[in-house]
Design a protein around this ligand. Structure first.
Ligand SMILES: Nc1ncnc2c1ncn2[C@@H]1O[C@H](COP(=O)(O)OP(=O)(O)OP(=O)(O)O)[C@@H](O)[C@H]1O
Ligand SMILES: Nc1nc2c(c(=O)[nH]1)N=C(CO)CN2
Length: 167
């Protein structure tokens, strides 16, 4: 099954952690990485808005092909989060590594452990923008083209490191 993962980090050596996490994904049995987006930096989004005092996140999207089922994939990404010192002190707290399953094929489910597509993907420019880099024609099941969803919410993410102004 083709799936898209959203990776984020706002604690520690964010870039090194994300690069290591992508390598770790490639070692998961039955999982092949088919694409890795560029890095984006953005302010931490919290339930009541942007928290400019929290460390800024680096985010990227990874396209994968996975032979197992969705819950097996969730277990695999949770293991990688734990291996990179993920401390679940509070929901939406700062973290060394977060790996969310954005979509798993066209599966739509609200299982106790796993809601697909990710219920907040459509509201997150830090998810949608990197995903578009992987696939400009991406569609969020039940919501429509990712390009339209991103246009609707606007984007505040910035490429990281900042790109030279085009000459
Ligand atoms: N699509 C999904 N991808 C990843 N985790 C999910 C998904 N749907 C449900 N979950 C569940 O959410 C739990 C909590 O995840 P986590 O603590 O990373 O939330 P968060 O990243 O802080 O917030 P958010 O869910 O808004 O990204 C996970 O342990 C997992 O069981
Ligand atoms: N910019 C940004 N903000 C967030 C992020 C994230 O990955 N990037 N993840 C969150 C919980 O999943 C909450 N807020």
């Amino acid at each position: 099954m083709d799936a898209v993962l959203s990776l984020g980090s706002n604690l520690g050596d964010r870039e090194a952690t994300l690069e290591a996490a992508v390598r770790d994904l490639g070692k998961v049995p039955g999982l092949s990485v088919t694409g890795v987006s560029p890095l984006y930096e953005s302010a931490a989004v919290k339930p009541d808005g942007v928290d400019e005092d929290a460390p800024r996140y680096l985010n990227l999207a990874v396209g994968i092909r996975f032979t197992g089922d969705a819950l097996t994939l969730l277990d695999a990404v949770n293991t990688i989060e734990n291996e990179h010192g993920r401390v679940r002190s509070e929901r939406w707290g700062d973290r060394t590594l977060d790996i969310d399953v954005v979509v798993f094929g066209a599966l739509e489910q609200a299982d106790a452990r796993l809601t697909l597509p990710h219920p907040r993907a459509a509201d997150r420019d830090f998810v949608l923008a990197p995903w578009l880099d992987l696939d400009p024609d991406a569609v969020l099941p039940g919501r429509g083209p990712v390009s339209g969803l991103l246009a609707a919410i606007g984007s505040t993410v910035r490429r990281y490191p900042a790109q030279e102004a085009s000459r």
